[in-house]
Design a protein around this ligand. Structure first.
Ligand SMILES: Cc1cc2nc3c(=O)[nH]c(=O)nc-3n(C[C@H](O)[C@H](O)[C@H](O)COP(=O)(O)OP(=O)(O)OC[C@H]3O[C@@H](n4cnc5c(N)ncnc54)[C@H](O)[C@@H]3O)c2cc1C
Length: 393
């Protein structure tokens, strides 16, 4: 195990939700781990609300439970989702996803991203084997079979047996490691805000593929939902620049009164949409996790779910290697990590991109395809169950 001040067993670049989860997964081992983030300690310790309400599957909840995160988040922040409806344009038809008959369990839970980060951060801080290096970005990284050397923005040079990049979809460290990625800038953005509304949401999530816009409504506490509006980037920017009153008028208009009278319940946030798929998830003495490996389109709400499962797999590989007296950067172990993650994530990643392609295309053929797609989904239970299983994984 590593000993000197600047030498670590593992260096993780990025203390986002996946980087933090990975460090938490290793926190009880004897490994000396450094977690580097460009953000100041203050903002990592008190993550501000960023508009994201993360839809967690049951598989993710059980990983968060194992890490001690789920129970550390107070119940008021966990909003159950009892069903989901997918709508197309002005059609009254809805593709329905409901829990299995007789099951009282919700499909999943919505939790604000900042609450997940907050709970993870508190866990990391209570473990002394994880050293937090905040306010510094990784500016250089070299890797070979023998290990990795990482340079920080303050000039410090760190060495590690394994370097893990968790610095998001436009990962600089992925580039430094020479790992190529398909990066798709979609030219659209998501405007998000919480709204208070007149009509009850009955804890049902709605994904409404309307003409030239997609609206998702995520049910939070009673009478409050998170509204996610996907538009061409310039339209989204225009909306963001409106004052609150004009914004609300336009929002109500775009929702065509579905939620009744609305008032704003939070600030607005905007996310330019970019999807990423790294060509490799590992290199000698290095690995990619979270959005640095796979940056999903948020429409199927799965980026964190996949990243959380992926980091668990990598941590498990490392801990098993230690138990068996093997190297923690064993290429065979890293190769297995990559192939399992690829197998699990590829169907969802590609299906999501196809869905986005069909539902953001206003050509008549695409409109017909989505109409047929929804009806097929409803009338062929195996299609609906297949989608539900894929989303629930
Ligand atoms: C609008 C929206 C809604 C979403 N909804 C869902 C959902 O419902 N369900 C779901 O599962 N997923 C959802 N996601 C996806 C989810 O938010 C991401 O998959 C997840 O946050 C990725 O975490 P990460 O740790 O990989 O990256 P990030 O959270 O982006 O963290 C990256 C970290 O790296 C740091 N960093 C960057 N560069 C450097 C550097 N050079 N050196 C040091 N540090 C660096 C950053 O400061 C940051 O802290 C959504 C995403 C969006 C945009």
């Amino acid at each position: 195990m590593a000993s000197s001040d600047d030498s670590f067993d593992i260096i993780v670049a990025g203390a986002g939700s996946v980087g933090l989860s990975f460090a938490a997964s290793l926190a009880k081992s004897d490994l000396k781990v450094a977690l580097v983030d460009q953000q100041a300690l203050e903002s990592l310790a008190n993550p501000p609300f960023d508009g994201r309400e993360i839809a967690l599957t049951h598989a993710s909840i059980s990983i968060l439970r194992e890490l001690g995160v789920w129970d550390a988040i107070s119940a008021g922040y966990k909003s159950p989702v009892h069903g989901a409806r997918v709508l197309n344009g002005s059609s009254r038809f809805a593709l329905c996803f409901d829990p299995p008959r007789g099951s009282a369990e919700p499909l999943g839970f919505l939790v604000p991203n900042c609450r997940i980060r907050d709970a993870l951060f508190k866990i990391i801080r209570s473990h002394h084997r994880v050293q937090l290096l905040c306010g510094h970005s990784v500016v250089d990284a070299t890797n070979s079979r023998k290990g990795a050397v990482v340079k920080l923005s303050d000039g410090r040079r760190l060495t590690a047996r394994l370097f893990v990049a968790a610095d998001s979809r436009l990962s600089r460290t992925r580039d430094l490691l020479g790992i190529a990625a398909d990066i798709n800038r979609l030219g659209s953005s998501m405007v998000i805000c919480r709204v208070r509304h007149e009509r009850a949401h009955h804890q049902l999530a709605i994904e409404w593929f309307d003409h030239h816009q997609t609206i998702a409504v995520l049910p939070l506490m009673e009478g409050v939902s998170s509204l996610l509006l996907t538009l061409r980037a310039n339209e989204a920017n225009r909306l963001l620049d409106l004052d609150d009153d004009l914004f609300l008028i336009e929002l109500t208009d775009r929702c065509r009164g579905r939620l009744g009278k609305m008032t704003l319940a939070s600030k607005r946030h905007i996310y330019p949409l970019v999807t990423t798929w790294a060509h490799n998830f590992w290199a000698p003495s290095a690995a990619l996790i979270g959005d640095a490996a796979i940056g999903m389109h948020p429409v199927t709400a799965h980026g964190f779910n996949i990243g959380l499962g992926g980091q668990k797999q990598l941590a498990h590989g490392i801990l098993t290697a230690i138990r068996n007296g093997h190297d923690i950067a064993d290429p065979d172990m890293l190769r297995r990590y990559e192939s399992r993650l690829r197998l699990r994530a590829a169907p969802l990643y590609h299906a999501t991109n196809i869905l986005v392609g069909i539902y953001s295309n206003e050509h008549r053929a695409a409109r017909f395809a989505r109409h047929v797609g929804l009806r097929l989904g409803q009338h062929l239970p195996f299609v609906r169950h297949g989608i539900a299983n894929m989303l629930g994984r």
